[in-house]
Design a protein around this ligand. Sequence first.
Ligand code: SF4
Ligand code: SF4
Length: 340
Amino acid sequence: MINAQKLKCHARETGIDELRITTAQAFSDARERINEQVDEHLFLNPERWSRTSNRNFCDIHYQRSDARTIITACLCYYTDEPRDGSRPGDPHGMIARYTWRNHYRELRNRLRKLARFLKKEYRAMFRVYSNGPLTEKAAAQRSGIGYYGKHSIIVHPRFGSWIVLGEIITDIEIEPDQALPDDCGTCHLCMDACPTRAIIRPYIIDRRRCIQALANWPGEIPEDIMAVWGKRLYGCSICQDACPVNKTVKPFDRPRTEIGNVGPSLSLLDILRIDDKTYRTAYADNQITAAWINFPAIKRNALICLGHTGGPSALGMVREFTGHDDSIIAAAARWALNRL
Ligand code: SF4
Ligand code: SF4
């Protein structure tokens, strides 16, 4: 069995914030948790979570039968850049901090460098993921990158939950690390802060009420959720903002990557003016234009945001959208117009 120290030193040189090791053993607890939540109807797209896809998601052997070890990694993206670029007459909608830039791709690039070292040194097979088809939160927890916060996001003791996760799957055996103890204690600030009460009990999110999940869901948003949506064009991090661990994280002086830089907020009127193709070109290489992103949902979000933040400059545009062909966009526009 290989000792991980050399690999960890190399990871630090490669700019990876933390590297830990776990076995490739299936994540049976995670599988059970997901199945229970599917049975409780807590997913927006339950068809994606069939028993078979969940089994594959929680056991890497269904993708690589020769997998022996999962190397887990994180990259912190926390900076103290201003969060809202709104100007008079040009209201902006906020982008969740994790996707101001494409930190997933940056971490994958750094992990690929490390994997090449692994291959050269040990002739190891490797497969690199970040935000990939593997239960990466469970892998991060078991390997000790962090522990589950009650908002169901991994909390790193130093970087809080301001991290993206990534993995290298390999066929060599490396000495595994231990999980960290849970450290939320009696705190429930994230649960109290959630404006939609989507954290229905510790560690369990009702995604049908979670703004982060709904932001890319192409349906009609219930009125009580639109009423607390605020200026969130894509994503939500209110529960993370409330976390005392996150408040202690020292911001990086400069961004960790410039890949897919879209910044902290986008002009809402611009989003309503452009078409799908222009949107995907303008904000290329970022998750907000990934293949699974539904642009009509983003337009709907822009209208909800304008209902919260748009002044007289937005009225004409919002009114125009009340007659839109897409009934979901039109409904959001009518709601926004009433508010304005
Ligand atoms: S992301 Fe937003 S809506 Fe979802 S659980 Fe956290 S605070 Fe609630
Ligand atoms: S806010 Fe409190 S309960 Fe929630 S993740 Fe942070 S420490 Fe845990």
